[in-house]
Design a binder for this molecule. Sequence first.
Ligand SMILES: *Cc1c(COP(=O)(O)O)cnc(C)c1O
Length: 426
Amino acid sequence: MSTNSMYAQMGVSDKVLAFGEKVLEELRGQFSRIDAIAEHNQAKVIAAMQENNLAARHFNLSTGYGYDDEGRDNLENVYASVFHTEAALVRPQITCGTHALTLALSANLLPGDELLSPVGAPYDTLEGVIGIRPTVGSLAEYGVTYRQADLLPDGTFDYEAIGKAINEKTKLITIQRSKGYATRPSFSVAQIGELIAFCKQCKPDVICMVDNCYGEFVEELEPSDVGADMVVGSLIKNPGGGLAPTGGYIAGRKDLIERCGYRLTAPGLGREVGSNQGILTSFYQGLFLAPTVVSGAVKGAVFAAACYEKLGFRVIPASSEIRRDIIQAVELGSAEGMVAFCKGIQAAAPVDSYVTPIPAPMPGYESDVIMAAGAFVQGSSIELSADGPIRPPYAVYFQGGLTWYHAKLGILMSLQKMLEAGLIEL
Ligand SMILES: *Cc1c(COP(=O)(O)O)cnc(C)c1O
């Protein structure tokens, strides 16, 4: 059977296929740039593993307290080498990205300190963590205040407002690399470097933390290469390479990471405890695959942008733009559009392809959210997924794909469902 009839059997019509192939022809330049970045990052990861003499004994299981867990400690050294930092905390006990960010913040902010976001509102779940939305256990409850400098209308940093917002209480500055559920642009590592330099000029001892979710390995440099004191992310996103079944990381300055260890476990115990329960091979191997996996996801994002752009939808970023993260926002303009798009992504999944996504409330999010994912790891968004809050401008955020071919199938299926719902014409 030819590949095309294979696709036809899965429900992708000739019309949709022909449209997709035509769009692809124009993306060769973008794709070769993406491949070059993956090659660089693959070398970086291998070098980090070699530098730390990674060996079979590092995959051993530990239980109980996890004292003398060489594999766990070495994994943290490998992460520190990849991110060019003094130390790292990489643990299965960190349950998600929000948890990793909460750790980094609560470990390094004390009562009376102030947290500043110079890039506008943070990711939805952090509103609860910070206490922007009153929440039990928030930083606000512990006497940590919060200030925010919004971006300028064109999505750039408002240096004047940031300079004014930094004061004697400002202890930590949180910079979100990826747009998350906003329609602002995501920042390049170079832009983040400029922002950090400005903040440190205003206050040399201020801690600069970057929420690195969705950004890892999209560029050759990471924010820790341009002055970030801590970078934070989730292992069921980019750096887990699709194999890590859970976990989060914080890489950065040794004194800050030590405090994160004390907050994760207990003061006095810190990073000395925490058993790996046999999970380490997936962490190491996932990190090894991550540069390639991320490049497939980025190709999927570019392809989605190019397809929907051609159909007249607003897409962020545009297909020609250099990528800063793996997220592609497509403004579909209606709840029906979001549902049809997500149905297509779901129908293309290797797991749960028979279920129909519908909008529903989600803990931590203010409006109903629709999510499409058929993942091997629950909620993993390095695997092909699409989601978005049901609110204007009705944008779906499309991300992931462990392989480029799966991402391509997902986008073709989304076009098919849009076509069948009468929402597009080809
Ligand atoms: C995903 C994400 C988070 C939160 O991560 P979870 O693992 O969903 O808790 C935080 N910030 C950004 C920018 C993200 O993309």
